[in-house]
Design a protein around this ligand. Structure first.
Ligand code: GLA
Ligand code: ZN
Length: 670
């Protein structure tokens, strides 16, 4: 049975309504709900006085309708009494302002008292529900995040630093604190990066990201330990926020969980007509699958217009279904929509669900119901199916944070000017090129095993520890094709600039040295001419002027004082090759490079499709399924290289098929 359902808040509605909700869910083919992640005040109305009767009753109503339950630990939104008990548990933001009660996520993640309350309520829930046959799993907290800069966090940061560096001498050396006389003689002197009134030491700033990330990992682990001890039958997951969110090292947060779940809101744009970029959604799925190299769930998939104070664009007809099947194509093994019925009260009054405020079924309910029926028929065979991708794209939080601290090229671009250098945008450019070519990709961490891949793309691997450099070098030596770019190998793990020619530890494998670099002002580009590759493309906002040592030149600059100097090179190394793209360039240039590399590595698209139609291949044992997703607003015709069965409609297809706007086909070769 494919897990399919909604986020449900029975505590918001009279109990008399619950059975009607359950019946409507059942009629839509639903078999799972997530409950209780914001119900702390109902679960523990007074300190240590638990009330599970109402939740038991709601679960019973749902279970009777064939709907199983995932419970959220409620720590993302404490009741007032918790914060009254611990007034110093309110988070302090980067400007030094301490939050007050009244929204959510107001807690400091290091606060011992808050953590104890979190463990207690988790323990009580685990004790009550571990044996419950209708409760299949847990979600920890809700969308972990937000940094705190309070004095408790500062003290915890000191402990964390002691663990990392051991002695102050080590820390002072790694951070280079002699610069501006920051040499610390007592751990207690070390500040947080907030409130220094200027730009803090980049080494300190990077370590604060790592510390905050580790703190949430530890916060979550306390709950995971309790839940695991109570039950081995129930799974444990968390709802992540996709590729867009960068505050936590999601690889680490995922490590303690059974699988990753994430919250996908394709129409977060609050402007009517604002389009949806399907590649952005695909990257979200692939990045979340990559956290554990494993299929994942959608724990909140958009089913209505978003909105807290204003109302966003509602999903157009067919979009909920299209987004659902796109998620499945990329590895979703569960689909839970946010939310069942739109709330009448509170901050999220306008965050619409499957049902509107009045609880009546309309267009969005009918669309979800149609998906439910499709999944009841075809869903089982999709569970656990995988994509065996030949390309890996490295997405690295350490480099991402280091670029947040020092964007390298930025700041002056006004409205309409080309984007400054933004690391996730560069990753997305490379992703877009693969997406446009219908080539499947695994988004992986810098320390992932690269041996399954033919092509590895490592954009701007700015923080490059020795073990990552060794892994990339080994990958090339044993026959792989590597693409890396400007601003790779610039820094060591502590965020100090290396004392060797760039790209630092990658200069042997790339066979090139950066002679000098040029950071261009907003809007200025330098043309790059490919040797036998294609037309000239603009480059910028960053240009490395390259001096090949053993590499061949693929493209040269055609402007500026470095006219004629190498911009892109390729180097034979061992059995493989490494391409160095010396410019952080416009997407067109990155697309050309990717297409060149795909051809060189002999990587074929899943299927050739017209613009707007995404093709994804997933296989389970020998059962391979081709997903064709028409994101366009017009019908599109796709030539078929083989006769196929259309799984959702039971049609036999040959030669070509025309797909309606927003429609989806799942094909099996015949
Ligand atoms: C997030 C949260 C939900 C809800 C939605 C909509 O994804 O996890 O609780 O707030 O956003 O705002
Ligand atoms: Zn704090």
């Amino acid at each position: 049975m494919y897990p399919f359902g909604v986020d449900y808040y029975p505590e918001h509605w009279p109990p008399e309504r619950w059975s009607q909700d359950a019946a409507m869910m059942q009629a839509a083919g639903m078999n799972v709900v997530r409950l209780a992640e914001f119900a702390w005040s109902r679960l523990e109305p007074q300190p240590d006085q638990y009330d599970f009767a109402w939740l038991d009753a709601a679960i019973e109503v749902l279970n009777r309708a064939g709907i199983q339950v995932i419970l959220g630990t409620p720590t993302a939104s404490p009741p007032p009494w918790v914060m009254e008990m611990h007034p110093d548990a309110f988070i302090v933001d980067a400007s030094g302002v301490r939050r007050t009660y009244g929204c959510r996520r107001e807690y400091c993640p290091t606060h011992a008292g808050y953590r104890e309350r979190g463990r207690k309520v988790t323990q009580a829930m685990a004790h009550h529900y571990a044996e419950h046959p209708g409760v299949i799993g847990w979600q920890t907290d809700n969308e972990f995040g937000d940094y705190c800069y309070c004095e408790l966090c500062r003290a915890a940061f000191h402990d964390w630093l002691m663990g990392r560096y051991g002695t102050l001498d080590e820390l002072n050396a790694a951070w280079g604190t002699v610069f501006w006389s920051h040499v610390y003689t007592d751990w207690a002197q070390i500040p947080t990066p907030a409130g220094t009134g200027g730009v803090p030491n980049p080494a300190l700033a990077l370590d604060y990201h790592r510390f905050m990330s580790d703190t949430y990992v530890e916060f979550q682990r306390e709950q995971v330990v309790i839940l695991r001890a109570a039950s081995t039958r129930q799974f444990i997951t968390h709802n992540f926020m996709g590729f867009a969110y960068s505050k936590l090292d999601y690889y680490n947060l995922a490590a303690d969980l059974d699988f990753v779940a994430w919250d996908n809101y394709p129409r977060l744009g609050f402007r009517m007509g604002a389009g949806v970029d399907p590649a952005r959604l695909a990257l979200g799925h692939d990045a979340m699958r990559g956290l554990k190299g494993k299929n994942f769930w959608l724990m909140e998939e958009q089913s209505g217009s978003g909105g807290w104070t204003t109302v966003g664009t509602t999903p157009r007809p067919g979009e909920i279904r299209l987004w659902t099947w796109q998620a499945i194509a990329h590895g979703a093994d569960g689909m839970v929509y946010f939310r069942w019925r739109t709330a009448r009260h509170g901050t999220e009054q306008y965050w619409h669900g499957v049902l509107d405020h009045d609880g009546r079924p309309r267009r969005r309910y009918r669309e979800v119901q149609a998906i439910g029926h499709e999944l009841a028929a075809a869903g089982e065979r999709l569970l656990g199916a995988e994509s065996y991708n030949e390309v890996a794209l490295i997405s690295d939080y350490n480099s991402r944070w280091a670029f947040q601290i020092q964007p390298n090229n930025s700041a002056l671009a006004g409205p309409g000017a080309p984007a400054d250098f933004v690391y996730p945008a560069l990753v997305k450019h490379y992703y877009d090129a693969l997406y446009a070519a219908n080539v499947g990709v695994d988004v992986v961490s810098a320390d992932a095993d690269l041996s399954p891949y033919k092509l590895v793309i490592a954009p701007a691997l700015y923080i490059l520890p020795q073990d990552v450099a060794t892994s990339l070098t080994e990958f090339v030596k044993t026959g792989g094709l590597l693409i890396t770019t400007a601003r790779s190998g610039v820094k060591d793990a502590a965020n100090a600039v290396v004392d060797m020619p760039l790209p630092g530890l990658l200069r042997d494998v790339c066979g090139v040295e950066v002679d000098e670099y040029d950071s261009l002002p907003a809007g200025v580009t330098v043309p790059v001419t490919f040797e036998g590759l294609g037309a000239a493309q603009p480059s910028g906002p960053w240009c490395d002027v390259l001096e090949p040592t053993t590499a061949e030149v693929l493209a040269r600059y055609d402007g500026e004082y470095y006219q004629g100097r190498a911009a892109i090179t390729v180097n034979h190394y061992g059995k493989g090759r490494a391409i160095y793209v010396g410019t952080l360039a416009a997407p067109e240039l990155e697309r050309d490079i990717v297409n060149y590399a795909l051809a060189e590595a002999g990587i074929a698209p899943v299927l050739e499709t017209p613009d707007g139609v995404e093709a994804v291949l997933r296989c389970k044992d020998n059962d391979c399924l081709w997903f064709l997703l028409n994101h366009a607003d017009e019908p599109r015709t796709v030539p078929l290289p083989f006769p196929a069965l259309d799984l959702l409609n039971g049609r036999h297809l040959e030669d070509a098929v025309t797909i309606a706007p927003k429609d989806v086909l799942v094909l099996r070769q015949e």
